[in-house]
Structures are given as structure tokens and as C-alpha cells.
Design a protein around this ligand. Structure first.
Ligand SMILES: Nc1ncnc2c1ncn2[C@@H]1O[C@H](COP(=O)(O)OP(=O)(O)OP(=O)(O)O)[C@@H](O)[C@H]1O
Ligand SMILES: [Mg+2]
Length: 506
């Protein structure tokens, strides 16, 4: 190896000064490439970052390469850059025309006679790990490039801490974005264990074509969950089409689902496409599926099984790729037993059942949701609501919420409209809530606190009992307390532990 030419020392000196200036990463790196070219006769330069979380190499900074609208990537092991990062060893090519591995993905050398070019790529290593690559090309001189490789390795070592820092910073941004995207429940508010389970199920099923059957009492959020599944799937840019099977007359359901030809029945004055066709490759949400007439159930089953249907009044057989999500607040198993719902359709729909628990079983979620609706409504009507008073919290917690989240939402929206001093008081809530707790007999202070504690304890104990299948000793263990305390609370709060003896929790 020959000695380093003087100009290379100047380059090193310049680079070391650029690195200590504390300028932004891209500015610094670009200046370094410019000075490398000026002082050492290199023509083009690239600094690439290895994104280990994505397993791709991203060309981050370029010099002498035309601006491109799309970024340049290599997979690990792909092309020269990919090989250098994968192996952690430099590659020098004295004449580019003799190198089949050279991809020229940047397109910069398309117009150039490659026989006149030499190319060098060295790894950028930090703490023993390859974090990126530095590559340059220059005129081919028929030499072995050993001096240049040694020189560029020195430069790469100088850049390494900054490249490493940049990579970590980028990784963090991606991580944060991923967390935002996959926040456990998205628009669905909830922190109860049962709701976190729902979130996990949504995440698990969203991206597959699987049919989902959402069950739960009225107002528990079935519609919301259906939307969430659609928007978390690859189909999010395709239509989400709904049909409320209970809201249309029986004789029109099939025409809504599958469309009809002109003259198919009295009143069919022109051809019409149905919801399945509208949904295309998107999602069709069949709400209140329990209301679907038996005769139409057969046709729906066929679509689920063969992905085929016809418009009413004939015509060719149409194919569908739509994903089906169905919802019901009926107990479909009971409907099947009563002969009102076809068992084959039930089994076909319930491949992935998703149960939404009633609000009264979600413990502290009531308060979480109340806060959420108050803030949401406050923004909508331009009212600043600072808090929900304890008198209101008491009522919210002790009420049994037959209308679930929808009822809670209505109550609080009304209260926000009535509020005059930015505080939600108990008396702003509807009378139905007051009745449940004996109206205004609650005393301030301890009484309220105690009741909240009691509600929370009840939830904890019930959850533990479910897990322990009604076994009090086991429930006490799960809660980290003694059997004596559990027994005391169970009798004091009137919890029926025998009810949980057969409960299965999935
Ligand atoms: N966990 C939640 N977080 C935020 N909003 C919710 C949540 N659950 C329900 N909601 C809201 O409550 C209302 C009722 O929910 P939704 O219509 O999805 O219930 P549903 O189960 O479909 O009721 P139904 O059986 O009566 O059709 C909607 O405004 C919905 O946005
Ligand atoms: Mg609904």
C-alpha cells in the first residue's frame, strides 16, 4: 500500500472539523461528501444507513447523483452496498464494467462508460456493529485501490458515531409512529381487562379475511368495533358498507344485499347494485344479523361459502371479495335453538366471535368514558368543562347502564349542554340515574369515596372469581390478599361467588 497523498490528510482534517461543528446530520454528511470529492478527486458519494428493524439499507445522503423523487433502498446482501453491510467488509471494484453485482440503483451512471469508473464501498461500524456504508467512485486508473480503501475506512470510523446516533433517532421515530398506529384501542376508549382483550382480538383479526361476529348488548360499541377492524385492515382504502338487517322490510333485504335487475319485482323500475357489489374488495358490515329473515339466511350462507351471488331477477353469477363483519345483540345460539336462525349460517359467521362486555362490568372504564365524552362534547359545543363532580361520579358508578356506552354518552352530552360553570354535577344527570341510588341521600365526602372504592373492589373481586372459577381461596391468591378478607367483602357487597363456578374466560 502506498502512502496517503497529502490531499487525503487535508480531507481528514476538514472532515474532523465538519464533524465538530455540531450541525444537523444531513448538512454535515453532505458537506463531507462535497469535500471528499473536492480534495480526493472522487466523483460521487453515498452514505447509507442500515435500518436493522426494517432489515433494509437506506441511501440517506448522496452527492453527485441526480435528485430522485423516490428513496433508494437495498436489502441486506443485495448489490455491493448490501454485501458490504451484510459482511461488514469493504469492497473495491477497479473497473465497474467488470462487476455484475453493481446495480447502479441511483441511475447516476447510466450514461457513463463504466469501464472508466472505479467504485469503493466501506462499512460504517459502531460498537462492533455495521450501522451503514460509505461509498464513492472515481476514475479508474488500473490500480488496486488499497490506499483508498484504507483512507475511506478512516473516514467511515470518523462518521460512525453520528451515523449510529442518526439511526437510533430514526428508529425511535418509527417506533413512536408504530405505537400511535397500533395504540391498543385506537378510537375505542377502554382500559378494563376485558376491553384490552377485545383490543388484542381486533389486532389479531383485522388483517385477515376472516368473518367476524361481534356480539354484545345494545350500545356496547359493536358498530365502532366493526369500523375499527375495517380501518386496521389492508382494506382501509376500500369501502366499508353497512346494512342494518333489522331496519329494512323483510322483502327488500335481499335486493339490498345482492341488488336486482330491472323488473325483478314490482317496484324494481331500474337495475340496482347491492351492498356486496358496493363493498367491492372492502368490508360489508351486516348489523343486527339476528333480524335477517330465514329465507335470506340461505343466500347469505352461499355467499360466505362460495363467494358467489346473483342479482335478484337473474343475470350472471357475480363474485365477491368483500370481508364480512356481522353484529347482533341477540343470543344467536338461543335463536338457533328456537329455529329462528340457521345453525349452518351461525357456525359460518362465528369463526371469529368477538364479545363486547356490558358497561357495568367494565369497572373504572365508566369514568374513563365519561371524561372522554365530556371533553368531546365540550369541544363540539365550545364549552370548557374542567371536571366531573364527585356527586356525578357516584351516580355514574352505581348505575347499571342498561343502554351501555350509548346511554352514558347521551347522559353526558346532555349534562354538558346543561352545565353553567364548567363542572358536571350529579343534578345535571337524568332522573333515571338518581333513582338507582336513592336520589340525593348521599352525603358528601366519605360517602362518595367509599362508594367508588366499593365499586372498584367489586369489579376486582368479580374478575378474580371468574378467573378462579368461583373458588374464593384462589381468588384471594390472585388478588394477593387473604381468604378471610375476600369472604368478608363478598358477603358485604352481596357478590354471588357460586355464579362464577362455571365461567370460562377466553
Ligand atoms: N369504547 C368506546 N369508546 C368510545 N366510544 C364508544 C365506545 N363504545 C361505544 N362508543 C360510542 O357509543 C355509541 C354506541 O356505540 P355503537 O353504536 O357502536 O353500539 P352498538 O353496540 O352497535 O349498539 P346497538 O346494538 O344498539 O347497535 C357510539 O356513539 C360509539 O361511538
Ligand atoms: Mg350498532
Amino acid at each position: 500500500m502506498s502512502a496517503l497523498p497529502r490531499s487525503y490528510f487535508s480531507a481528514i482534517e476538514k472532515i474532523s472539523r465538519l464533524l465538530t461543528r455540531g450541525e444537523e446530520f444531513r448538512t454535515t454528511m453532505y458537506s463531507i461528501l462535497v469535500h471528499l470529492a473536492r480534495l480526493t478527486g472522487m466523483k460521487r458519494g453515498m452514505i447509507s444507513l442500515y435500518r436493522r428493524d426494517l432489515e433494509e439499507i437506506h441511501v440517506d445522503i448522496t452527492y453527485g447523483i441526480p435528485e430522485r423523487s423516490s428513496p433508494i433502498y437495498y436489502r441486506l446482501g443485495e448489490g455491493i452496498t448490501g454485501k458490504v453491510v451484510a459482511s461488514g467488509r469493504p469492497i473495491a471494484i477497479p473497473r465497474l464494467d467488470r462487476e455484475p453485482l453493481f446495480l447502479d440503483r441511483s441511475g447516476a451512471r447510466r450514461e457513463i462508460d463504466r469501464a472508466t469508473l472505479a467504485f469503493i464501498c466501506v462499512p460504517v461500524k459502531y460498537a462492533g456493529e455495521t450501522v451503514g456504508a460509505l461509498s464513492v467512485d472515481r476514475a479508474a486508473k488500473g490500480d488496486n485501490l488499497k490506499t483508498e480503501v484504507a483512507f475511506l475506512e478512516i473516514v467511515a470510523n470518523m462518521l460512525a458515531p453520528r451515523v449510529h446516533a442518526r439511526r437510533i433517532q430514526e428508529e425511535n421515530v418509527r417506533l413512536r409512529e408504530a405505537i400511535d398506529r397500533h395504540s391498543p384501542l385506537g378510537t375505542i376508549v377502554g382500559n378494563a381487562k376485558s376491553m384490552r382483550q377485545v383490543a388484542a382480538q381486533i389486532n389479531q383479526v383485522a388483517d385477515s379475511p376472516t368473518t367476524v361476529l361481534i356480539t354484545g348488548e345494545t350500545g356496547t360499541g359493536k358498530g365502532l368495533v366493526a369500523e375499527e377492524i375495517h380501518y386496521r385492515s389492508q382494506r382501509r382504502d376500500e369501502p366499508l358498507v353497512r346494512l342494518n338487517c333489522g331496519a329494512i322490510p323483510e322483502n327488500l333485504v335481499e335486493s339490498e344485499l345482492f341488488g336486482h335487475q330491472k323488473g325483478a319485482f314490482t317496484g324494481a323500475v331500474e337495475q340496482r347494485i347491492g351492498k356486496f357489489e358496493q363493498a367491492g374488495k372492502g368490508t360489508i358490515f351486516l348489523d343486527e344479523i339476528g333480524e335477517l329473515p330465514l329465507a335470506s339466511q340461505v343466500k347469505l350462507l352461499r355467499v360466505l361459502e362460495d363467494r358467489e351471488f346473483e342479482r335478484l331477477g337473474g343475470g350472471r353469477t357475480l363474485k365477491t371479495n368483500a370481508r364480512v363483519i356481522a353484529a347482533t345483540n341477540r343470543d344467536l345460539e338461543r335463536e338457533v335453538a328456537a329455529g329462528r336462525f340457521r345453525s349452518d349460517l351461525y357456525y359460518r359467521l362465528s369463526v371469529f366471535p368477538l364479545y363486547l362486555p356490558p358497561l357495568r362490568e367494565r369497572g373504572a372504564d365508566i369514568i374513563l368514558l365519561a371524561d372522554y365524552f365530556v371533553q368531546q362534547m365540550g369541544r363540539k359545543v365550545g364549552k370548557q368543562i374542567s371536571r366531573i363532580d364527585s356527586s356525578a361520579l357516584d351516580l355514574l358508578i352505581s348505575y347499571h347502564w342498561p343502554g351501555n356506552v350509548r346511554e352514558l354518552q347521551n347522559c353526558l352530552e346532555r349534562a354538558v349542554l346543561l352545565a353553567t360553570d364548567g363542572i358536571i354535577y350529579g343534578h345535571l344527570l337524568p332522573p333515571s340515574l338518581q333513582a338507582g341510588t336513592g336520589g340525593n341521600s348521599l352525603v358528601e365526602g366519605h360517602g362518595n369515596f367509599q362508594q367508588m372504592v366499593q365499586a372498584y373492589e367489586t369489579t376486582l373481586i368479580v374478575e378474580a372469581l371468574k378467573k378462579a372459577k368461583g373458588n374464593q381461596t384462589r381468588a384471594a391468591e390472585l388478588l394477593g390478599t387473604t381468604k378471610r378478607i375476600i369472604q368478608y367483602k363478598i358477603s358485604r357487597y352481596g357478590i354471588d361467588y357460586r355464579k362464577y363456578a362455571g365461567v370460562r374466560i377466553s
